[in-house]
Design a protein around this ligand. Structure first.
Ligand SMILES: [Zn+2]
Length: 70
């Protein structure tokens, strides 16, 4: 696991092209979807919903990557 924060991530509209790593965290009876880019979804009672949130975000951000392999 790499933990690299090169510069200020506070840049509205400019998503890091480093990819998005979504994950679902469980806390008690709630599940939270989060991403390595700083995005996160509100707590859900259903793990499925949290997963959906994560998948949604991944799909949204995936559209921005034009598949430019440099
Ligand atoms: Zn993200």
């Amino acid at each position: 696991m790499k933990h690299v924060y090169s510069e200020l991530p506070a840049r509205p509209g400019a998503a890091p092209s480093d990819g998005h790593r979504v994950s679902v965290e469980e806390r008690g009876s709630f599940s939270f979807a989060g991403c390595s880019c700083g995005w996160f979804a509100p707590g859900r009672r259903s793990r499925d919903k949290a997963r959906r949130d994560a998948a949604d975000h991944a799909a949204e951000t995936a559209g921005e990557a034009g598949g430019a392999a440099v």
